[in-house]
Design a protein around this ligand. Structure first.
Ligand code: NAP
Length: 279
């Protein structure tokens, strides 16, 4: 999308950069010249991310890290800095999500999602700030959130609440860190299906991609590289005065309201129909 040297000499860390949207973002950042650090827990995921970047001629390394743990995050950033140079771009993409009724949600499920999304985003952002400021670099953080941040997420209350917290954090950090030359923005993707999505999330889309597409004002679903383009642009000098902003990339789907809405089906009925085991 941008000139091949738009991010030349920059080092970008993408959390969860081995799968789905994170991998697409890593590839698009590399196309613009950034070296990429893929940070996540599963070595097989990370290998796929590194390979995808290398396939387009980019430079990438990976580090094992659970973003919930501040000491692991500190180690991951130090490892990337040692091999690739000081990171000045961070994509907080790592997340977890699964459908569950709020009334049935275990404390562990609630905490796990909130710790990955809220704690992980904060710990990684602090590290990016430290490395960029210590080396005198301007920095960019892009938090991948969801339109549930604005609407709530019935059936996914844990993830929706966590993403809403990150939209809020985006604004606080944008103001605190603007004097340090660190911009902080967010992207709220619409539905971007991919093969690595959890089966229970796939099951919520019961009628196939063509029906999903007709349900969107744009008449189609998102393509992963479109999130990569948005993240690359927000991380680039072409967005140099944009900070504290959440950019929705969803073909106007979350704004949709019909004159006559479909009858309301309680969330418990919707989930039990979607997640009922097939005979
Ligand atoms: P995904 O394929 O499930 O990717 C999640 C990534 O997060 C995985 O690579 C995973 O890597 C990493 N991760 C999870 N827990 C982690 C932890 N504790 N520490 C480090 N890494 C961790 O999801 P996706 O669909 O690509 O979504 C990417 C982002 O977009 C997420 O923030 C999601 O909420 C957001 N989003 C996606 C959609 C969509 O339609 N796809 C829509 C709205 C928002 P490991 O397993 O290797 O740790």
């Amino acid at each position: 999308m941008l000139a091949a040297d738009a991010l030349a000499g920059r080092v970008a860390i993408v959390t969860g950069g081995g799968t789905g949207l994170g991998r697409a973002i890593a590839v698009e950042l590399a196309r613009a010249g950034a070296s990429i650090g893929i940070v996540s827990r599963d070595p097989e995921h990370r290998r796929r991310g590194v390979e995808a970047v290398q396939e387009i001629g980019g430079r990438a390394m990976d580090v094992g890290c659970d973003v919930r743990e501040a000491d692991q995050v500190e180690h991951a950033f130090a490892s990337v800095a040692e091999v690739l140079g000081a990171p000045s771009i961070l994509i907080n993409n790592a997340a977890a999500n699964f459908p569950v009724l709020a009334s049935a949600m275990s404390p562990n499920a609630w905490r796990a999602v909130n710790r990955i999304v809220v704690d992980g985003t904060f710990f990684c952002s602090q590290q990016l700030h430290r490395h960029a400021v210590d080396t005198g670099l301007d920095g960019s953080i892009v938090n991948i959130v969801a339109t549930q941040s604005f609407t709530g997420g019935p059936g996914m209350a844990h993830a929706a609440a966590a993403k809403a917290a990150v939209v809020n954090l985006t604004k606080s950090l944008a103001v605190e860190w603007a004097p340090d030359g660190i911009r902080v923005n967010a992207i709220a993707p619409g539905l971007f299906p991919h093969e690595e999505m959890r089966e229970d999330l796939k099951a919520l889309r019961t009628e196939g991609a063509d029906v999903d597409a007709r349900r969107s004002p744009a008449g189609r679903l998102g393509q992963r590289r479109e999130i990569g383009w948005a993240a690359t642009w927000l991380s680039s000098p072409f967005a140099s005065f944009i900070t504290g902003h959440t950019l929705v990339v969803d073909g106007a789907n979350w704004l949709r309201r019909d004159f006559v809405m479909p009858e309301f089906t309680p969330i418990a009925e919707q989930l039990s129909a979607a997640l009922r085991p097939t005979p």
